[in-house]
Design a binder for this molecule. Structure first.
Ligand code: PLP
Length: 385
């Protein structure tokens, strides 16, 4: 059976990248690797749209989330976090491990945080070192207003930390222009790589805070040590890097820049619009009132077991999506359209969902979702978007 990986991470790895990573291993403490590292880092900074260092860490995205918490905050200090889903909740869990006092802004699943609530938390807690938020909360497929949030902390002693694990390389989120203080990403999402590499960039304001902060006890995730090693001219990592992934990232970033960042954002935007149109045509309600550009979540019809639905699609049809977590377990399907995806992946998605609906005994007009998606997608070929 042909397999289609259309989950919001891991995502499909382009053939070009797989081939590049298949080359014989090289030693990482060599001029040969340093040249690749320097080129990769410079391209990554172009995607981040920052003049600061974009660092690479050998971990999944959560490692970079914890690195941000540990380097900015010390035990006994306060941080604010937006909990709008599974990944927002993670900030609180990380902080608890390190004895950091947390102020939680709880948001209903599927909704974007209200700026008034962010403002109120910041006013009530001027002592907070940082405010942590997801650009795209993958568990609910919801985009958060990170530009506006960063504007609220701009003149405060608080920094804005953005988990852009399913947003960097999906939406235009210029780090420096928007005043985002920390931006985190992970390899297995729009960076089109296998899991295992995280990236993180800090603003001058955030670096000053890290330099002044005692921070939490960490050896491996000391960002000052990483910055010293990864700086231009030194072009290495403190510890053994995930070398194959960095070599793969070099190819990925070339692909992204060849496509052109504006084209890349436009592609993601149209794919997301098509997925939304497809689900709506099938009468499947969207999970989010502020839908993400990276992935779309939709409720499965009443009477359909969402977990069985997603399992059937994966095991019997060869199409891997994601289901719901926690409160949304068994109720939704999440389909991705980030990274190495294009128009026909959304058509495949809709076609597969229609067939699965039929299999689960739900009345479905075959082709309705595909047609709605195709109508949106056709504009991409007509160069209207
Ligand atoms: C928004 C978001 N944050 C954090 C994570 C956690 O990253 P990782 O699984 O790479 O540790 C994910 C991964 O699914 C994510 O989508």
């Amino acid at each position: 059976m042909k397999q289609y990986l259309l989950s919001p991470g891991p995502t499909a790895v382009p053939e070009r990248v797989l081939l590049r990573m298949a080359a014989p291993m090289i030693h990482h403490r060599t001029p040969q690797f340093s040249a690749i590292f320097a080129e990769t880092k410079a391209m990554l900074e172009q995607v981040y749209k920052t003049s600061n260092d974009a660092l690479m860490l050998s971990s999944s995205g959560s490692g970079a989330m914890e690195a941000a918490v540990m380097n900015l905050c010390s035990p006994g200090e306060t941080m604010i976090y937006v909990n709008a889903g599974k990944f927002g909740e993670r900030w609180g869990k990380i902080a608890a491990k390190h004895g950091i006092i947390t102020v939680e802004i709880k948001v209903a699943w599927g909704e974007a945080v209200a700026l008034a609530d962010v403002q109120a938390a910041l006013e009530a807690h001027p002592e907070a070192k940082a405010l942590f938020v997801q650009a795209s909360e993958t568990s609910t497929t919801t985009e958060q207003p990170i530009q506006a949030i960063a504007a609220l902390t701009k003149d405060l002693n608080t920094v804005t930390v953005v988990d852009a694990i399913t947003a960097l390389g999906v939406i235009d989120m210029p780090m420096d222009d928007w005043g985002l203080d920390v931006v985190i990403s992970g390899s297995q999402k729009a960076l089109m790589l296998p899991p295992g590499l995280a990236t993180i960039a800090l603003s001058d304001k955030a670096w000053a805070m890290v330099e002044a902060s005692k921070g939490c006890n960490t050896f491996y995730f000391d960002l000052l040590t990483e910055r010293k090693n990864q700086k231009k001219g030194k072009d290495t990592t403190a510890w053994t890097p995930a070398a194959s992934l960095i070599i793969g990232l070099n190819e990925v970033l070339k692909m992204m820049l060849e496509e052109g960042l504006d084209n890349l954002y436009a592609r993601h935007k149209v794919l997301a619009a098509a997925a939304r149109a497809g689900f709506q045509a099938l009468g499947m309600k969207l999970v989010s009132s502020s839908p993400a550009t990276s992935a779309t979540g939709a409720f499965v019809p009443d009477g359909v077991d969402g977990a069985a639905f997603v399992k059937y699609l994966r095991d019997e049809m060869g199409v891997t999506f994601a289901g719901g977590q926690d409160d949304l377990k068994g109720k939704i399907i999440r389909v991705a359209h980030l990274g190495y995806t294009d128009v026909f992946d959304v058509c495949t998605t809709m076609s597969a969902v229609e067939i699965a609906l039929f299999k689960f005994g739900h009345p479905v007009q075959m082709g309705a979702g595909v047609a709605a998606a195709q109508t949106v997608l056709a504009a991409r070929f007509a160069n209207v978007v």
